[in-house]
Write a protein that binds this ligand. Structure first.
Ligand code: NAD
Ligand code: UDP
Length: 339
């Protein structure tokens, strides 16, 4: 199988690439990204061809034509950018990805597309279900929803191509996947990375941890090793189990408030030599969402997946508890002494 991964140098792409090159030696990967820093150690492998391409500038039509399955993973997935640069989010996350979908339709290729748990937005269901839960976004002046809307519209376009043109697709919705190499801890500016990296970065730079809006919002954190397990099953697609399906890929057992997450991370940090004295000085404080992200922000109070469908059709179940996942991330960044 020839797999095209666009955005292969990112968090999900990098972990997926490692797993494929290690355990699926009969698969060949065409990898595309503007940045290969996180995957440079993999590029000598004969099972991968890497192309440094900016998909906003150059066509990748021939790569779509030459593959069997395409994973368009390149996107901006950072809430701070949804607020500060919504048009960039639209151009990359919607327009550039729409073009890839059109080529996949033209050449009759299979598409595995990363939707997002963000499409459920402010849905109030206890557990979000792929075919039942509403997608609830806020007013236009809250431009943070441009990411959610861009992804939702692509979900709908892909779904429609499935109905009309028999497009062979799978949509997967990540629920806060976390793991080593998530984002860059060297930048500690407000909103420069996703929450786990942000809090670690705050500790490293001796800045207080800020709970946006008080920190009672709930997320369900999913270890990237579990998540990649689901993706591999989707790629394999045994007996067409993933064909024209949407899957929530998350861990409902790892739901935590952002406040609890902050305390967990700070407590763990005290067990690492490099962080101990810093963590003892740092406070956990509350901050107004508009002060932190700007006026165009609106938060999601609650986000927990139903994973019944992934359990039933993919025979997949996440295993890694949140604390173990956080430890793995911190071990990868800081030397540990006692645990
Ligand atoms: P990431 O930001 O780590 O990776 C995105 C990659 O795309 C980066 O390597 C980046 O260099 C590349 N890229 C950006 N612009 C590009 C361009 N113009 N041309 C070529 N490459 C470009 O993101 P991720 O966490 O790996 O997420 C991958 C996909 O999954 C995204 O579509 C994201 O929206 C979706 N997703 C992720 C999560 C999560 O929990 N990580 C949650 C929901 C949805
Ligand atoms: N958050 C926070 N402090 C920070 C960074 C993020 O309280 O320094 C909150 C943010 O407001 C959101 C949650 O943590 O409610 C998760 O943020 P993330 O950026 O990981 O993305 P989201 O899950 O909202 O897509």
């Amino acid at each position: 199988m020839k797999i095209l991964i666009v955005g292969a140098g990112g968090f999900i792409g990098g972990h997926l690439l490692e797993e494929i090159l290690k355990n699926h030696r009969n698969w060949h990967v065409i990898a595309i990204d503007i940045n290969a820093d996180k995957i440079s150690h993999l590029l000598a492998d004969e099972n991968i061809n890497f192309f440094k391409i900016d998909i906003l500038q150059d066509s990748i039509e021939k790569h779509v034509r030459d593959c069997d399955v395409v994973l368009p993973l390149a996107a901006i997935a950072s809430p701070a950018v949804y607020v500060t640069d919504p048009l960039r989010v639209f151009e990359l996350d919607f327009e550039a990805n729409l073009q890839i979908i059109k080529w996949a339709v033209k050449y009759e290729k299979r598409v595995i597309f990363p939707s997002t748990s963000e499409v459920y937005g402010m849905c109030e269901d206890e557990e979000f279900r792929e075919d039942e839960s509403n997608c609830v976004t806020g007013p236009v002046c809250k431009q943070r929803w441009i990411y959610s809307c861009s992804k939702q519209m692509l979900d709908r376009v892909i779904y429609a191509h499935g109905l009309k043109n028999n497009l062979n697709y799978t949509l997967f919705r990540p629920f806060n996947w976390i793991g080593p190499k998530l984002d860059d801890i060297s930048n500690s500016d407000n909103g420069s990375s996703r929450v786990v990296t942000q809090f670690l970065s705050n500790i490293v730079h001796e800045k207080d941890i800020k709970l946006v809006g008080g920190g009672n919002q709930i997320r369900s954190f999913t270890d990237v090793s579990d998540a990649i397990g689901a993706l591999i099953k989707i790629i394999k697609n045994e007996n067409n189990c993933a064909t024209r399906q949407i899957f929530n890929i998350g861990n409902p057992n790892n739901q935590a408030s952002i406040k609890n997450l902050a305390h967990e991370i700070l407590d763990l940090a005290k067990k690492y030599d490099r962080l101990k004295s810093l963590a003892e000085k740092i406070k956990i404080v509350e901050i107004n969402p508009h002060e932190y992200y700007g006026k165009g922000y609106q938060d999601v109070a609650y986000r927990v997946p139903s994973i019944e469908r992934a359990e039933a059709l993919l025979q997949w179940k996440p295993k890694v508890p949140l604390k173990e996942s956080l430890q793995k991330i911190m071990d990868s960044l800081f030397k540990t002494t006692s645990k």
